[in-house]
Design a binder for this molecule. Structure first.
Ligand SMILES: *C/C=C(C)/C=C/C=C(C)/C=C/C1=C(C)CCCC1(C)C
Length: 254
């Protein structure tokens, strides 16, 4: 009954800014999913799977945001379990997105496996640091960062970067550069948020914050998710659109 009341009335108090970001996160993820699904009809066949994956990423996030919003409103604690279930599904889908985009240029499945392994290390260690052994969250944060570093190595210096550079599609080359920028700069918001956890490196910055009412970590994660799921999907969309257009132009000339 309590849950039903919250679902129907939306017990969002004025001044609950973290709650606001859970709501806007939910709605914007849902809207983005509809956008990607509808726009899927406007790109060439070979790009349709990529747009579907973009839609799946934001849709999975929307469903989790729906639950996370409920946990936050009821308990004002971090919905860490839902958060990591969401990431465990959506981060591998982003790795698949890289693979789909680079496959026509010759990407091998080994590249996908390396990205997935980096993601697993990053997320498992992060979860342990937040939920299992919070007293050693610095150590687990370092281990998690090694997983992220492996991903960055692959897309900036590893095989993925070489395959992208050799692609004959300008749309893929340009888009790939923006995608990896998201994975490097956009994803950096997550470890910064994590470092605000009690006992971690940046916790001093949020010393005065009442953690029974607010959560700087969730604020960082919610902003990061909006940037990295919707923004990343929009870049995939623009690659698909540009590649579809240039194929049409070439077709008209030939
Ligand atoms: C859609 C969800 C995404 C793109 C989630 C990305 C999550 C990360 C890049 C998390 C990284 C972390 C570290 C690099 C160290 C500290 C622990 C984490 C898990 C917050």
């Amino acid at each position: 009954m309590q849950m039903l009341n919250i679902l129907l009335d939306g017990a969002l108090a004025a001044g609950d800014y973290i709650g606001f970001t859970f709501f806007t996160g939910y709605m914007s993820m849902l809207a983005a999913s509809i956008f990607f699904i509808v726009e899927r009809g406007t790109v060439a066949d070979k790009w349709k799977t990529s747009l579907l994956v973009s839609a799946l990423i934001t849709f999975i996030a929307a469903v989790h945001y729906f639950y996370m919003r409920g946990v936050w409103l009821e308990t004002h604690t971090s919905p860490t379990q839902f958060r990591y279930i969401d990431w465990t599904l959506t981060v591998p889908l982003m790795c698949i997105e890289y693979y789909l985009i680079l496959r026509p240029a010759g990407a091998k499945s080994g590249m996908l496996v390396r990205l997935l392994l980096g993601s697993i290390v990053m997320l498992v260690a992060g979860y342990i640091g937040e939920a299992v052994s919070p007293e050693s969250n610095v150590l687990w944060g370092v281990i998690s960062t090694l997983g992220w570093a492996a991903i960055i190595y692959e897309i900036y210096m590893g095989e993925a970067s070489k395959v992208a550079a050799a692609s004959d599609s300008q749309a893929v080359k340009d888009g790939y550069n923006v995608l990896r920028w998201f994975t490097f700069v956009g994803w950096a918001i997550y470890p910064i948020g994590y470092m605000l956890l009690p006992g971690n490196l940046l916790s001093g910055l949020v010393e005065g914050v009442d953690l029974t009412k607010s959560s700087p970590v969730d604020l960082a994660y919610n902003i990061a998710d909006a940037v990295n799921k919707i923004g990343f999907g929009l870049v995939v969309y623009s690659i698909a659109k540009n590649a579809t257009e240039s194929a049409k132009v070439k077709g008209a000339v030939a």
